[in-house]
Design a binder for this molecule. Structure first.
Ligand code: MLC
Length: 489
């Protein structure tokens, strides 16, 4: 049964139970179902039909959830966008995805058909209450795109990863089994809901289980720990930067988290010392797992059994994983490092209107080339060993150097630049730009950073700029980033 059909059943079966709450706002499962149906009619009135893209660029709020679910229920495509994107980035996504409707809390964007809505649940529900619920519509095609999330690439502009109803369903049913989701779970949800981690793994996960999700609009260690304790939460999902902030919060030892049953970590490598500090401070062994936008979740340490430090665990139910020689796509023996490749019903169907890039992403046998390097141990556990692609992960967010280099190249004073990730205690990696200025030009580190922040979301902008006379290049003229990392980090 598809995720949305299952969710509708849950809404009927436990109508009065609280599904989601955020600050003082709450939705029971019945209110969720009614709100989704009214929002469907509202979207229909905006001309939204099967296959249309609805971009949702809202802060973390309950109307976001209603619009997201309603869009997918109509067979249209939900396109969540980070509200921190400056206009230029947003406009690229809206025009590349050819959106039919852009939902925003801010001023209407004159270039795109947009709906400005209140992010206050009471106002939003009052607005959609004038629409009759759309009862009958439910998509039933596994292969139909439900959701599109943009990921950047090592070359070119960001690509829209098309995630189907079948993908969402495969992901959530696999995780449900592997992590033992239960209806009496209470999830503390601190992540943004415009990415796979916060949206599919955490929020869809809780709804699929008929559990309660408590959403915090913004993560702070104190509020997260207080909520976990006061609300007797059972499940918590976060990225390493967030787990680190919990461990380092000065009062963390005062919080008794013994009632929690599952604390997971993902989106970036969990440092070994954080894993052990967490164990000794909170008495919990973090469950590390591995996923990506194109697939959702692939590998996970077990709920019961060894959660191995430094390892991302075993394939989730329904997932095939292998390690290959990236040149030949030939499988490698256990213990040898190669590219991790993934296959299964959870793997996306391709990038939006990029046939060649979609084809290149897969081997001829349908394995997804993840670009991550790793090895498989003889007992089946996988360990990641870096990336073959030139990707930076900062605070659990992916940043692709070419995107930043492109912005730097717009500065007339910049002759050449290379963007690298340097190891960083707080963020995992820190975005560092190595810049060569044109002769006779002057530009300061602060000016470069400020310029990038006008063009890119702040987390993508360099935190540090190093000036160099030239960049190390190989015989083909390609910048040798490994050498740069050695000298600059
Ligand atoms: C915020 N800042 C960051 C940043 N987040 N800088 C680098 N990397 C980041 N990830 C900067 C802001 O620009 C700002 O800088 C300063 O930090 C404080 O901003 P903030 O908004 O107050 O930050 P904060 O709320 O503390 O956010 C930090 C965070 C957040 C760790 C809570 O980044 C976060 O929620 N990360 C999770 C991302 C996530 O969900 N990833 C999943 C991707 S899905 P200044 O200078 O402007 O003040 C995926 C697949 C999978 O990867 O497997 O899960």
């Amino acid at each position: 049964m598809l995720f949305l059909t299952h969710l509708q059943d849950i809404c009927h079966a436990q109508a009065d139970k609280v599904a989601i709450e955020l600050s003082a706002e709450k939705l029971t499962y019945q209110q969720l179902e009614t709100g989704v149906q009214q929002t469907m009619t509202y979207l229909l009135a905006h001309g939204i039909g099967e296959g249309d893209r609805v971009a949702i660029q809202l802060p973390k709020c309950l109307p976001f959830v209603l619009i997201h679910l309603a869009t997918m229920r109509l067979g249209a495509i939900s396109l969540p966008l980070n509200p921190a994107y400056p206009a230029r980035e947003t406009e690229y996504f809206l025009s590349d995805a050819d959106v039919k409707l852009y939902v925003t809390a801010g001023d209407e964007n004159p270039n795109f058909a947009s709906a400005t809505i209140s992010t206050n649940l009471a106002d939003f529900r009052q607005m959609v209450a004038q629409f009759e619920p759309s009862i009958k519509i439910l998509p039933n095609e596994r292969d139909q795109t439900a959701l599109m999330i943009y990921t950047s690439g090592t070359t070119g502009r960001p690509k829209g990863a098309q995630i189907t109803h079948g993908n969402l369903t495969a992901n959530i049913t696999g995780l449900h089994r592997a992590w033992g989701w239960r209806a009496d779970d209470i999830l503390l949800h601190v992540l943004p809901i415009f990415h796979v981690h916060g949206l599919i793994v955490a929020l869809h996960g809780a709804l699929h289980a008929g559990a309660t999700a408590i959403l915090l609009p913004k993560f702070t260690p104190q509020l997260a720990l207080e909520t976990m304790v006061n609300r007797r939460c059972t499940v918590f999902m976060a990225v390493p930067t967030i787990h680190k902030r919990l461990v380092e919060f000065e009062k963390s030892a005062e919080y008794d988290l013994s009632h929690m049953r599952l604390l997971t970590s993902g989106s970036d490598r969990l440092p070994d010392d954080l894993f052990t500090r967490y164990q000794s401070l909170f008495g919990h062994t973090l469950l590390e797992r591995y996923g990506m936008t194109e697939t959702g979740m692939n590998l996970s340490n077990p709920l019961v059994g060894e959660r191995r430090v430094g390892s991302v665990g075993l394939p989730l139910p329904g997932v095939e994983a292998r390690v290959v020689d990236p040149e030949s796509d030939e499988p490698l023996p256990d213990g040898e490092v190669g590219e991790v490749q993934i296959r299964g019903p959870h793997v996306f169907k391709g990038y939006w209107r990029m046939a060649q890039k979609s084809a290149d992403a897969f081997t001829k046998d349908g394995w997804l080339r993840t670009g991550d390097l790793g090895l498989r141990e003889p007992d089946g556990y996988f360990t990641l060993k870096g990336r073959s692609k030139d990707l930076i992960i900062t605070g659990g967010l992916n940043v692709y150097p070419p995107e930043v280099e492109l912005v730097l190249s717009e500065l007339p004073a910049v002759a050449a630049s290379a963007v690298i990730g340097c190891p960083d205690d707080e963020w995992g990696e820190q975005i560092t730009a190595v810049v060569v200025l044109r002769a006779g030009h002057r530009l300061t580190e602060a000016e470069i950073i400020a310029f990038c922040r006008t063009k890119l979301a702040a987390y993508k902008a360099p935190r540090r700029v190093i000036f160099a006379d030239e960049l190390p290049r190989n015989a083909l003229g390609k910048v040798q980033k490994a050498r740069l990392r050695e000298s600059a980090c």
